[in-house]
Design a protein around this ligand. Structure first.
Ligand code: NAD
Length: 292
């Protein structure tokens, strides 16, 4: 008998991930803020709950996939929330990208109620969620990681325990630093190539096969050539993640000389009203700086 899952947060990532669990035979009860997303879950074979309390009441495992630390805190600590309403021994797997300290504090508060916690943020984007090939970086106790592994293997391909509570989030913060800098480098190359009059599709095809190739370039190539900036991964969320990594790096005394500049470029895009676009829209920022 597969464990009963409560899934909180059915957005761009949460919906396809929850559907992969349903396809694998898990009973999934979900709650999220948009009614259409709850209908989508029910249509896929899940159960739509009317509240977090209702979703988690008889769950064995609760998964959360929401935007940021404030939402995780509201969902966990609120009167309708997980800590008040889940049974002791429930395993809470938070897959949102949040500050490492929020994960550490949550593990402690939940532990006092007998609820076990893992931080398990993901990388691979919407495509990775749909295809169940996410990289999942996990922080928490080894025994809880072992218990979560079958479920995580239904959602992803590369699943690694990075250390104690919070360490999954620290690794995810590093992931977001690398991705942002990589997108910015690609965006600068795109503007340079176009201004030089080189065919962009041909250039990106050959670049993708050499040392400049990356998952970012392969996945975002079409966004760059067609200027399709529908998310994907919203600039607003990457802005949140650049805040997480720059704060965490300052705390430990790690210099991010390029990362802080790219964080500023992400913030600038957001300030210009592009927060709802995909992060490949960093290209727009470079175009503006180049006089487009
Ligand atoms: P999203 O905005 O599409 O979805 C967030 C969902 O959380 C929404 O459905 C919303 O209803 C729900 N939610 C928010 N507050 C809630 C509350 N109080 N109670 C119940 N539900 C609530 O975001 P997303 O793109 O799916 O991202 C989710 C998380 O995954 C973020 O932390 C993000 O940084 C991370 N992430 C996103 C991607 C990506 O490519 N989109 C990739 C890797 C990681």
């Amino acid at each position: 008998n597969l464990p009963k899952i409560a899934w909180i947060g059915l957005g761009i990532m949460g919906s396809p991930m929850a559907e992969n669990l349903i396809k694998a035979g898990y009973p999934v009860t979900g709650f999220t803020l948009e009614a259409d997303k709850l209908e989508r879950l029910a249509a896929a074979g899940g159960t739509a709950a009317g509240s977090i309390a209702e979703a988690v009441a008889d769950a064995d495992i609760v998964v959360t996939m929401v935007p940021a630390s404030p939402q995780v805190e509201a969902i966990a600590y609120g009167p309708d929330g997980i800590l008040e309403n889940a049974r002791p021994h429930t395993l809470l797997i938070d897959m949102s990208s949040i500050t490492p300290q929020t994960s550490i504090d949550l593990a402690q508060a939940a532990g006092a109620k007998g609820i076990r916690v893992l931080d398990a943020p993901v990388s691979g984007g919407e495509a990775g969620a749909l295809e169940a090939v996410l990289s999942i970086m996990v922080g928490g106790d080894q025994a809880d990681f072992d218990a979560a592994r079958p479920l995580l293997e239904t959602l992803g391909k590369t699943i690694v325990r990075c250390g104690p509570h919070g360490s999954g989030q620290t690794v995810k913060a590093a992931n977001q630093l690398i991705v942002a800098v990589n997108i910015q480098a690609c965006a600068e190359a795109v503007v340079f190539l176009e201004k030089s009059g080189v065919d962009l599709t041909a250039a990106l095809d050959v670049l993708a096969g050499g040392l400049a190739g990356s998952t970012v370039l392969a996945r975002k190539k079409d966004n760059f050539t067609t200027r399709d900036f529908r998310p994907g991964f919203r600039i607003d969320l990457h802005h949140k993640d650049m805040g997480i990594v720059t704060d965490a790096a300052r705390t430990v005394g790690a210099a991010l000389p390029v990362g802080t500049v790219v964080a500023g470029l992400v913030a600038s895009l957001r300030a210009q009203g592009d927060g709802g676009l995909d992060h490949s829209a960093l290209l727009r920022g470079v175009e503006r700086l180049s006089g487009h």
